[in-house]
Design a protein around this ligand. Structure first.
Ligand code: HEC
Length: 103
């Protein structure tokens, strides 16, 4: 009994750590599902939304915090209201940042 509690604690802690580390891979899937329609393939813009790779919002973003604020702000709300968890925003930001490095 004691042992299973210990195992549960360890896996719960590992899950919590994984949840706070944003990954570009998870972000890519979330980006495709949520942002691609407007911001285009790989964040290059071209549809309703502008290029995110060359965006100053992206450049000033750290770990999705700036993205989170921007997406909740009036300017973006005029385009779309998105219902995202902060962890998903962090993943998406990590994905876009990884694209900035690649391009
Ligand atoms: C319905 C279309 C739409 C969707 C979906 C959408 N956006 Fe946008 N986004 C826009 C438009 C339009 C603008 C330009 C707003 C303006 O400046 O007036 C914008 C602007 C932005 C900007 C600022 C770019 C800049 O430099 O000005 C960021 C960052 C951004 N979006 C991120 C996202 C992310 C991340 C997602 C997915 C979670 C997303 N958007 C989903 C339409 C969309």
């Amino acid at each position: 009994m004691k042992r299973s509690v210990a195992v549960w604690c360890v896996s719960a802690a590992a899950g919590a750590i994984l949840a706070v580390i944003a990954t570009p891979k998870r972000g890519e899937a979330a980006y495709k599902a949520t942002c691609l329609n407007c911001h285009g393939d790989h964040g290059k813009g071209g549809m309703a939304g502008p290029d995110l790779i060359r965006s100053t919002i992206t450049m000033h973003d750290e770990d999705g915090v700036g993205y989170g604020q921007y997406l909740k702000g009036d300017v973006h709300l005029k385009a779309v209201k998105l219902d995202l968890q902060m962890s998903q925003v962090a993943d998406i930001a990590a994905y876009v940042h990884s694209r900035v490095v690649e391009t």
